[in-house]
Design a protein around this ligand. Structure first.
Ligand code: UDP
Ligand code: MN
Length: 343
């Protein structure tokens, strides 16, 4: 029989979207492929799944083949038709766009930004886990180390995402935060000591009344207990979807998740937080992660070190750095909003 190691089944499945190619995107994908292969030293085979279109697909093959030759690595890669993938998630896209999209509907440009929410339909039904990456990611470590993060998932965790490193959700939640000044939704992850103290005092003051009513802004039990046992030490700045760990097996089986994808639930969530977004899937993940904190594992920012500084020059220079802080040795840079990645 065929030797086992020839099998194409691998535990390291990475998905990336590469469509509507232009020069800028081409350069990004080159850097993505180059750094991916450079740091993927040894061990189990990687399987790269690229969602692409007819014209962009030629570059994908050419870039991958040339980097595979350069670094003498073996990986498996498969190309998927973005057109067919878009059709498989159309219902989700149609539900989400009114709440989380700023541009008017257009062919599959919308599908691209919500694809993560339906990836469990696109991936092979036997695939248990996968990681979806933006192609403006640049690796500084072996991507297989990121798969170890799945081992840290609690039993309820479906997804893993790193925090958003700009005040974009402080901006979007402006009205909600004005109505609920004590909220940590839209606050930076690392709160300054003064604000932690304030939260602590507020918690102590609220303890009795909240204990008797047991009604908090969000109905989750574990979350409730967390809040009773002590002050929140961190803010919740939202999530960034440039790096998404997906526990596909659990996602397929989660009735709670599928319920939250329904229009009624998305409407309920967005109106509760007076939320009108424009960042696609990450707006949905951000709301989901606040409402149901046990569904989403918080990935460390070193796995998605975003570099976009747009909000620094657009009204948030005073607080920007509190959001942008990321301590630790960077494993993956994210050159979002076309930011340059350091050499
Ligand atoms: N993308 C694509 N074609 C496009 C725009 C985006 O294939 O015309 C894919 C690509 O993988 C990209 C991801 O969608 O990384 C998300 O877009 P982008 O990274 O530009 O958004 P940002 O991270 O800057 O918000
Ligand atoms: Mn990106």
């Amino acid at each position: 029989g065929a030797p086992e190691h020839i099998s194409t089944a691998t535990d390291y499945n990475i998905f990336v979207i590469y469509t509507k190619e232009n020069y800028q995107l081409h350069v990004k994908f080159e850097l993505f492929a180059k750094s991916l292969l450079k740091f993927a030293n040894s061990g189990m085979l990687l399987h790269l799944h690229v969602l692409t279109d007819e014209t962009s697909g030629h570059s994908v093959e050419q870039i991958l083949e040339s980097e595979i030759r350069r670094y003498r690595r073996s990986i498996i890669y498969s190309l998927y038709s973005m057109h067919l993938c878009a059709e498989q998630v159309m219902d989700i896209v149609n539900t989400m766009t009114p709440y989380f999209s700023s541009t008017p509907k257009s062919y599959y440009s919308d599908a691209l930004f919500f694809l993560s929410l339906g990836l469990h339909r696109i991936a092979d039904e036997n695939m248990e886990r996968a990681i979806l990456l933006d192609c403006d990611i640049v690796f500084r470590a072996d991507v297989r180390l990121l798969f170890n993060e799945f081992e840290k998932f609690a039993p309820d965790h479906l997804f893993g995402l790193a925090p958003e490193l700009t005040p974009v959700y402080r901006h979007i939640l402006y009205r909600y935060r004005a109505n609920y000044p004590q909220t940590d939704f839209g606050s930076p992850f690392y709160l300054p000591p003064s604000q932690q103290q304030q939260q602590q005092q507020q918690m102590a003051a609220n303890m009795v009344s909240e204990e008797s009513s047991l009604v908090l802004h969000n109905g989750h039990k574990l979350h409730k207990l967390d809040r009773f046992h002590g002050p929140a030490k961190h803010g919740y700045p939202g999530l960034n979807s440039g790096v998404v760990l997906l526990h596909l097996q659990r996602i397929r089986k989660s009735s709670l998740y599928h319920h939250q994808l329904q229009d009624g639930q998305v409407r309920r969530l967005t109106s509760k937080y007076m939320f009108k977004g424009h960042l696609g899937d990450q707006d949905f993940f951000t709301l989901l992660g606040y409402e149901f904190p046990n569904l989403i594992y918080r990935l460390d920012c070193v796995w998605n070190r975003q570099l976009c500084t747009w909000w620094k020059d657009h009204g948030y220079s005073d607080v920007f750095d509190k959001y942008f802080t990321c301590k630790g040795r960077i494993k993956m840079y994210h050159g979002n909003c076309n930011a340059r990645v350091p050499e």
